[in-house]
Every structure is written in structure tokens, then in C-alpha cells.
Design a protein around this ligand. Structure first.
Ligand code: BEZ
Length: 223
């Protein structure tokens, strides 16, 4: 991802959106944020993705995460297409779309944030936005980025799972192992000495024996 690295302060850009003009940091306030781009309005995979994202919006709110989408279409297109997305979800006409969509029709943000997919182009040969995901912490710093090509739809349940991990590991000195879900055991960070780990995790630390004899696989119940 050119330009934007984990830990960088996310650009405080201004943008036109379906809820009016925003300044990104003001939009986030003290919340976490997820900004995700899609290639184009009125396209099939994007419709399924935004539909799923809309269905899960209460789960994001529960985690204090503000959602915002982006594509290289106009506010007018976003407003029209979001009605289709709600209908795809089986919602009644007139139901409001639960999060704003940024209109980046001049591709300025897409360029600044490294979101363009050179392999997917519109009918005029211009590159479309890829399926980028940025998770931003309450300190406005980039906590996670994922980049999918236009032809592969994302999994928004996985996004909630990684946000659960990001929020836990921001508070506690643990890491989450493969396929971790909330409530599963977590790993004690490798840089915590054994005596400190015992004090930090009173629920107990279990170390798995390994052929190397090294005691690095240390589990503890989720604190
Ligand atoms: C889609 O959303 O279906 C899509 C958009 C651009 C390229 C490929 C697929």
C-alpha cells in the first residue's frame, strides 16, 4: 500500500459524502473507524458487499466503529444505488442506508490512499477503486489495512473478527492466534518475561511443550 503504513496518522481529508461534506477526523470523533472502498456503484459484487456491510452495521456500532464507504462515483449515484442495496437486503422502500458513502468522482482520495486497481478499468479505460479496507483507531492512526482486487468480494464477518482482535490487543498485552474468536484463549506476547506474565494473567498461563524446548507458545484465557 504505497504511502500509508500501520501506525501512520490517517489523512484528515475533506470529502463530499451522502451525508454532506465531512472532515474525516471530525467524522470519526472519538470512535474507531472503518473506511472501505468498492470499485463502482451499480455493480454486482459491490451490491452484495455493501448489503452485507449494511446488515452488520449494528455490530460495528456496538464496537464503537464508524463505517464509511468510498467509490469513484457521485453522491447522486451513491444515493440512487444505496436504494438498490437496501432492496437487495429485503428492506422496505424509504429505509435509510446506515452509513455514509464518499463520492470520489475525481479519484483524488483513491490516488492519495493508494486505492486504484490498475487491472480493473471502466469503459473509458480509467482505473477503478480496488476493495481496500482501512481500520483507524480513536488516536486516528492506521491499525489495519487489507487490499482485495475488484474481482474478489470481502468477508465483513472477518472484518468484525479482526476489529475484536485489534480492540482487545490495544488494551491487553496479548496477541490473538489463528482463527481466534472472542472468548477463545489468547497468546501471551513473546516479549513478556515469565514472572511478569504470571502476575499479568492471574487466570493462568499454559505453555505448550515443543521439540525445541523453547517456551514461546504461551496461552492464557482471554483477559
Ligand atoms: C463488481 O462489483 O461486481 C465488480 C466491479 C468491478 C469489477 C469487477 C466486479
Amino acid at each position: 500500500m504505497p504511502g500509508l503504513l500501520l501506525g501512520d496518522v490517517f489523512p484528515n481529508f475533506e470529502a463530499e459524502t451522502t451525508i454532506g461534506k465531512i472532515k474525516f477526523h471530525d467524522f470519526l470523533g472519538d470512535s474507531w473507524g472503518v473506511l472501505f472502498s468498492h470499485p463502482r456503484d451499480y455493480t454486482p459484487v459491490c451490491t452484495t458487499e455493501l448489503g452485507r456491510a449494511a446488515r452488520l452495521s449494528a455490530e460495528f456500532s456496538k464496537r464503537n466503529v464508524k463505517m464509511i464507504a468510498l467509490s469513484i462515483d457521485s453522491v447522486e449515484d451513491h444515493l440512487g444505488w444505496s436504494k438498490d442495496v437496501m432492496a437487495y437486503n429485503g428492506e422496505a422502500p424509504g429505509c435509510t442506508f446506515p452509513f455514509p458513502i464518499i463520492a470520489d468522482d475525481k479519484r483524488e482520495l483513491a490516488v492519495m490512499l493508494g486505492m486504484l486497481d490498475p487491472d480493473e478499468r471502466d469503459k473509458d479505460g480509467m482505473p477503478l477503486t480496488a476493495r481496500c479496507v482501512f481500520v483507524i483507531g480513536p488516536d486516528k492512526k492506521l491499525k489495519l489495512s487489507i487490499l482485495y482486487p475488484a474481482t474478489t468480494g470481502r468477508n465483513f464477518d472477518e472484518l468484525l473478527r479482526v476489529i475484536d482482535s485489534l480492540q482487545l490487543t490495544a488494551q491487553k498485552r496479548v496477541a490473538t492466534p489463528v482463527d481466534w474468536k472472542p472468548g477463545d484463549e489468547v497468546m501471551v506476547l513473546p516479549n513478556i518475561p515469565e514472572d511478569e506474565a504470571a502476575a499479568l494473567f492471574p487466570a493462568g498461563v499454559y505453555t505448550k511443550d515443543l521439540p525445541s524446548g523453547k517456551k514461546y507458545l504461551r496461552y492464557t484465557p482471554q483477559p
